[in-house]
Design a protein around this ligand. Sequence first.
Ligand SMILES: NC(=O)c1ccc[n+]([C@@H]2O[C@H](COP(=O)([O-])OP(=O)(O)OC[C@H]3O[C@@H](n4cnc5c(N)ncnc54)[C@H](OP(=O)(O)O)[C@@H]3O)[C@@H](O)[C@H]2O)c1
Length: 433
Amino acid sequence: MQNGNGKIINIGLLGCGNVGTEFVRLLSQNRDMIYDKTGMNVDIKKILVKDKKKKRGVPESLVTNNPDEILDDKKIDLVVELIGGTDKAKEYVLRAIDAGKHIVTANKALIAAHGKTLISMANNHKRRISFEASVCAGIPIIRSLRESLASDRIDFICGIVNGTCNYILTQMGSYNLTFQEALKKAIENGFCEPDPALDITGKDSAQKLAILATLAFGSSIETSSIYTEGIDHMQQDDIRITSRLGFKIKHVAIAKRHQNGIELRVNPVLLDKKNILSNVDNEFNAVIVSGAATGDLIFTGKGAGPMPTSAAVLSDVIEIAKETGEGKRSNFNGVKWSNPDLIKIDDTENSFYLRIPIYDRPGAIGSITTILGENGVSISRADAELIPDKVNYGNVCLLTHRCVESRIKSAIKEIFNLQFLRGIPTLIRIGYH
Ligand SMILES: NC(=O)c1ccc[n+]([C@@H]2O[C@H](COP(=O)([O-])OP(=O)(O)OC[C@H]3O[C@@H](n4cnc5c(N)ncnc54)[C@H](OP(=O)(O)O)[C@@H]3O)[C@@H](O)[C@H]2O)c1
């Protein structure tokens, strides 16, 4: 049934898995509401999948495994890309733009790797490419940076942008689980891909930070230029000791404007238990954005899952429907694609938590603090423990004042030569400012 004067936007949907299936359902449920908001009837004309025989609860007459039925169909105005990856997705999106179609995608890997090419091609064709769902799913962080905060200079972004890492760290902290036990629980409860590598190594967060920082700073930020640490080395000892010291460990993505450049990093940090991000637990995401005029804003919510993701995809579709015929705006408009001056992680300044596993020997703590002092690292708090049931096994735990990272790294190099060292020291940055 057509509403009103019957003006139609036809969608070609690429991919009908977790998000695609929910998108079809949400669009069908909200068709009248979309007409009220946009004056357009938004219809799905074809759905591309790999396996046509799979049951997925969408009209079978729409399903095809031939991409040409979407990409060569002149009646399709808008392509929604939900197949994922960067190979076929890139090929199909480029073909669709070339054929004059608008694009909506949830694919962070595609935008982080090929955003510049895709946006420039979309601009040339006066077509729009939107990707709200690619970062933190239903949290409207991209639209906020692009529109609501367009009047401000963004100086700082810090976010928990990977639900899998946050779930694992929360479980390790709440139930004294090892990293492997928490990872297994994340997989069993559906908070993790079957192959979790992209999440736990921090690469997924780095892709999201590349997109946010490109929008916030108006420069071309490559994922490969972001210093990236995951949580795959995280040990229960550190969760336990830092908790005793009043901290939680969170995995965050940080972009910070300095006078002489931009600092970009993805890594675990220690946060005071009272910090607002310390209370964002399990699969939840949160992003703090600080503007010169606006001050700190915090966005929080579910950062993944078919429902919030498809809602964000549909909001992009509605925006395009509202302005059909215009085709002048794209998320990355205003980005100059110049190469920014990036600050090396060794030149950044933080305070640190350092845990040094030792065999208990007289003078051990003194030798460690001497090395740190000689390297210009001063200590704000020191703590030592003997490990129960292990003869002579101990940990020296130190909090430092702020220092340049290269200083503490050269101290750790010297600590590696100490005879009483029992294992690899753990170094975690404290806070995010
Ligand atoms: N899941 C989330 O919570 C979430 C959150 C934010 C963003 N995203 C992004 O959303 C996108 C989709 O994720 P998803 O979880 O829905 O993935 P998914 O469940 O794996 O679904 C992928 C769909 O694409 C189809 N497909 C894959 N390769 C194809 C090809 N070469 N030709 C034709 N069809 C192909 C698959 O067909 P078959 O069904 O026949 O196999 C399937 O229907 C990804 O970019 C993902 O990063 C997902």
